[in-house]
Design a protein around this ligand. Structure first.
Ligand SMILES: Cc1cc2nc3c(=O)[nH]c(=O)nc-3n(C[C@H](O)[C@H](O)[C@H](O)COP(=O)(O)OP(=O)(O)OC[C@H]3O[C@@H](n4cnc5c(N)ncnc54)[C@H](O)[C@@H]3O)c2cc1C
Length: 331
């Protein structure tokens, strides 16, 4: 009667939450000693279905729209619903038109409104796209919150191990091992994402700001304690080695273009995560011999984990996996 979730990144934790709230007994294991140490720890935490639609399939928008509500219920108080601001330097202004032509859900705003939304950007940009319905969260706090809630609900965690606990007979296993599934999941590839954290009290931002650029687009996501997550590269490789000097230079140049005070900020952390992705960059719930997997979250782990968790729970509750019935896991 118990489902084992393998992998406690955003996909695994969201799946555990969704199954457990539907009354299914869940246990979670992870190779690492703590939850959320994979690609999920380096994410921007943007819940930005309209902005992502610029380069993604319509399904990312439709599946992603309810995501902020799911997160607000799962980790109350952690979702910030202040929208996204998309800007470009004057010489790259055409990038804003191109971006706008590929998505929807935005308002064109001029310099005055930019200054009202983000006072520290006043006078720096003449026009921008504002996506009022978008949201963001701090991935590390959100995953810590999910973990705490799951522990309170009685979910057992087995951390620091790749072997399923021997004391329980699991009716199904749900594999949520992120990039570790590359090689064993046909069609899954890695997309390297580099990022860094800047710290400065000289600037305040209330919402994610995306700077469009023909070669080096970047986003800045505000966190607590005067920290700003700056990301992210998209490199077709599953190499998770340290960030390159070129990427650091490009991020810092672009952050400086958003506001010169970033030039005096402290560079407090760099990180690299490998996003697991299929050819169409859409995630999937896949049926496997002993259960299911949630795979291919690509650059939408936080945006689309709720939808994948719900699809998984629907299939398990509907008896999508015959073995669950055969073993008496589900009624
Ligand atoms: C720089 C960057 C920025 C991003 N920004 C955003 C964003 O703003 N919004 C958004 O929605 N998404 C964003 N993403 C994408 C998001 O981070 C990923 O889609 C997501 O983290 C993938 O989650 P996952 O749970 O599938 O994998 P992971 O987070 O990698 O988790 C996999 C887990 O499985 C465990 N594991 C591996 N092998 C085993 C094993 N054999 N046994 C047990 N456990 C195992 C690992 O220890 C790990 O904890 C970003 C990604 C990057 C890299």
């Amino acid at each position: 009667m118990t489902v084992l979730i393998k992998g406690a990144g955003v996909a695994g934790l969201a799946a555990a939450f969704e199954l457990s709230r539907r009354g299914i007994t869940v246990e979670v294991m992870d190779a690492a000693e703590t939850v959320g140490t994979g690609a999920s720890t380096y994410a921007g935490g943007m819940l930005a279905p309209y902005c992502e639609r610029e380069a993604a399939e319509e399904a990312v928008l439709t599946l992603g729209l309810p995501s902020p509500d799911w997160w607000a219920e799962a980790v109350p108080g952690e979702v910030s619903r202040k929208g996204t601001l998309v800007i470009a330097a004057g010489r790259d202004s055409v990038e804003l038109d191109r971006f706008a032509s590929r998505t929807r859900g935005y308002e064109w705003v001029g310099g005055n409104t930019i200054g009202e939304l983000e006072p520290d950007l006043a006078g720096r940009f003449d026009r921008a796209l504002f996506f009022p319905e978008e949201a963001h969260l701090d991935p590390r706090k959100a995953m810590a919150g999910l973990y705490e809630t799951l522990v309170e609900k009685g979910v057992r965690f087995h951390l620091g191990s790749t072997e399923p606990p021997a004391d329980t007979a699991f009716s199904a296993v749900v594999e949520c091992t992120g990039a570790a599934a590359i090689g064993s999941t046909p069609g899954l590839r890695g997309v390297r994402g580099e990022m860094l954290f800047l710290e400065t009290a000289e600037i305040s931002l209330s919402r994610p700001v995306r700077l469009l650029h023909p070669r080096h687009p970047l986003y800045i996501v505000p966190r607590e304690d005067h920290r700003f997550m700056v990301g992210a590269t998209m490199i077709e490789t599953d190499d998770d080695g340290p960030i390159t000097a070129r990427s650091v230079m490009e991020f810092l140049n672009a952050a400086y273009a958003v506001h010169p005070a970033f030039g005096e900020a402290r560079l407090v952390e760099t990180g690299v995560g490998v996003r697991p992705a299929f050819a169409d960059n859409l995630p999937r719930v896949l049926e496997q011999e002993d259960g299911f997997s949630i795979a291919g979250m690509h650059r939408h782990g936080f945006l689309l984990a709720p939808a994948m968790a719900q699809q998984l729970a629907d299939r398990i509750c509907a008896g999508g996996h015959e073995q669950l019935y055969a073993q008496g896991a589900l009624q």
